[in-house]
Design a protein around this ligand. Structure first.
Ligand code: AMP
Length: 368
């Protein structure tokens, strides 16, 4: 039997982990990235080119069964161009919705998924109206190309409105959102196959610092059935509305047991890395299964899992390897401030043991 060949737009660590999951299934992944040193190239074929280079993209697509993405800011025209040559999954419409915070929140609203109150900000005058409408504190965000907290300004008082506008207006259009006093941030990783089969991992609790994910825990501590239900219903509605195929992540703010959707990612997600070591089937394998129309794998957790991101710098492998119970994943990237270089997952059958192991591990790997 000919093995399936999957093309992936983007060649970062998410692509690398997709390739590692694909190897076990006898699948071969071909990546397309602008950077010749993209780390997925260590474990799969890497083709280097601009996302606007039609000739190179056509060479990339030759012989592929399906194209997917591991990078959200793939230009929508690139995805559409490829979709005329080969199946692109999730379909480009999902990418288009997720790339624009306003369209994304409009879609949430249309589907009855609660979000923080938000307003479109098309001009300086519109910002004043939005501030008057929503009140302060609020967050001004670029509608497009923001990630990990970039392209955002928190407005706590009227004096900050001008400054935020001056900083962000160059990258307009913008959106204003109420600053939510959430208890915690959670996410759901869901999958839907081309055959319409759906599956959900349990809710994940996430800690961010400076807009970057630091720690994920699954199952989310103190999670209740109604909270899990809200997250699953939201993901299911989005996947059905977009006739989605692949893994979809939805991030929420938990406000007293009520979930407000912040954003979605039409791809595997950092808050699902724990699934490699802590679930019967990883998110990476389930993404591949979903886009190939294979039966989805079991999403059950095998214990209580915690995942710590290694950001900017990390102790040498010798020290990481000495952390009791730690499963170490390094992506082969050069250290740089704010860069995701790897992660460490700990899985324990007992939540109390996990909490102790996590404390030890955090002391070993996190900067003070
Ligand atoms: P985002 O790029 O939208 O995921 O934002 C990055 C982080 O900023 C989030 O994970 C939150 O910690 C924080 N944040 C974003 N939007 C809001 C909001 N409307 N209210 C409170 N915190 C927010």
């Amino acid at each position: 039997m000919r093995r399936a060949t999957i093309g992936v737009l983007g060649g970062g660590q998410l692509g690398r982990m997709l390739a590692l999951a694909g190897h076990r299934l006898g699948l071969w992944l071909r990546f397309y990235d602008r950077a010749p040193d993209a780390v997925a190239g260590h474990v799969g074929e890497l083709q280097v080119g601009e996302f606007t280079d039609a000739a190179r993209l056509e060479r990339f697509a030759a012989g592929l069964d399906v194209v997917t993405y591991e990078f959200e800011n793939v230009p929508i025209d690139t995805a559409r161009h490829l979709s005329r040559l080969v199946a692109v999954l999730p379909a480009p419409i999902a990418l288009e919705q997720a790339q624009d915070r306003l369209r994304e929140k409009d879609l949430f609203t249309r589907l009855g998924i609660a979000t923080p109150p938000f307003r479109d900000v098309e001009s300086r005058a519109a910002l004043d109206l939005a501030v008057a409408d929503l009140g302060l504190p609020a967050v001004l965000k670029t509608r497009r190309l923001g990630y990990d907290g970039k392209g955002q300004a928190v407005l706590r008082g009227p004096a900050e409105v001008d400054r935020a506008w001056d900083r962000l207006a160059g990258s307009a259009p913008l959106i204003l959102e109420s600053l939510v006093a959430f208890e915690r941030e959670v996410s759901i990783i869901a999958a839907r196959s081309t055959r319409g089969e759906v599956a959900f991992y349990p809710l994940v609790e996430n800690e961010h610092r400076d807009g970057i994910l630091r720690l994920s825990r699954c199952p989310a501590p103190r999670s209740t059935a109604p909270v899990e239900r809200q997250a699953r219903d939201a993901a299911a509605a989005l996947m059905a509305a977009m006739d989605y195929a692949g893994v979809l992540t939805v991030e929420f703010f938990d406000v007293g047991g009520r979930l407000l959707a912040n954003e979605m990612a039409p791809r595997v997600h950092n808050s699902g890395h724990w699934t490699i070591d802590g679930a019967a089937t990883s998110q990476f394998e389930n993404h591949l299964r979903a886009i190939l129309g294979l039966p989805l794998g079991d999403c059950s957790p095998t214990g209580h899992a915690a995942m710590i991101n290694l950001i900017g710098t990390h102790p040498p492998l010798e020290r990481l390897a000495a952390i009791p119970g730690a499963r170490v994943h390094l992506y082969g990237k050069e250290p740089r401030p704010g860069r995701k270089l790897g992660h460490v997952t700990i899985v324990e059958s007992d939540g109390g043991v996990l909490a102790r192991r996590l404390d030890e591990a955090r002391r070993s790997v996190l900067p003070p």
